[in-house]
Design a protein around this ligand. Structure first.
Ligand SMILES: CC(C)(COP(=O)(O)OP(=O)(O)OC[C@H]1O[C@@H](n2cnc3c(N)ncnc32)[C@H](O)[C@@H]1OP(=O)(O)O)[C@@H](O)C(=O)NCCC(=O)NCCS
Length: 166
């Protein structure tokens, strides 16, 4: 797979020093927040899919993922290794330039390298930009969880079968 990153942007694995920057981006982009120890535990257990994008030396986007085991949704349910997109976000002023795409495509490659057969995620049913991004990269809506979020909004569960080509 060829990954084209927009000019001036650098994608790399996250380090411990990046966690404050990730927490900042999360705090201004999403209503779902996590404790610092949660971020650190994901970084230490799933470093390959904890990714950040830098622009002019500052972190402007991240992807936090975790390898899990569970049933597939599409076709006959099978118990498989899955790549869970826990959280992905890009600062507003850097959106619509392909940063979200590069973060997710890179994470999908890493999940596949680790032997995941599918990737899945939950997304607010009103989050059109994110749903579009996921559909563009081959995820399909496979379930709807009523009242999944703290404010009562439903979530779609989206799943993508992992292949070597995207
Ligand atoms: C979702 C998000 C990560 C996308 O990041 P991004 O860097 O803007 O994404 P890209 O530029 O790679 O866009 C890829 C595709 O996503 C879709 N998309 C992105 N922004 C969109 C918007 N505002 N409206 C509709 N579709 C949009 C489009 O299909 C786009 O492809 P196109 O530009 O060729 O039309 C970003 O909007 C974000 O950080 N949102 C807030 C956090 C969030 O909701 N995270 C997801 C939680 S589940």
């Amino acid at each position: 797979m060829v990954l084209v990153i927009p000019e001036g942007y650098v994608i790399r694995k996250a380090k411990e020093d990046d966690i404050n920057g990730v927490i900042y981006i999360n705090s201004v982009t999403l209503p779902e927040h996590y404790t610092t120890s949660f971020y650190n535990s994901i970084l230490s257990t799933n470093p390959e899919t904890f990714l950040v994008v830098e622009y002019e030396g500052r972190i402007i986007g991240y992807h936090m993922g975790r390898i899990e085991y569970g049933l597939t949704f599409k076709g006959m349910p099978r118990f498989v290794k899955k790549g869970h997109v826990i959280s992905i976000a890009v600062l507003k002023e850097h959106r619509r330039k392909g940063v979200g795409t590069i973060l997710l495509k890179t994470a999908l490659e890493e999940f596949a390298k680790k032997g995941c057969e599918v990737s899945f995620l939950e997304v607010r049913i009103s989050n059109e930009p994110a749903i579009n991004l996921y559909k563009k990269l081959g995820y399909e809506i496979v379930d709807r969880i009523h009242g999944y979020y703290n404010d009562g909004e439903d979530a779609y569960v989206m799943e993508k079968t992992l292949e070597t080509k995207f």
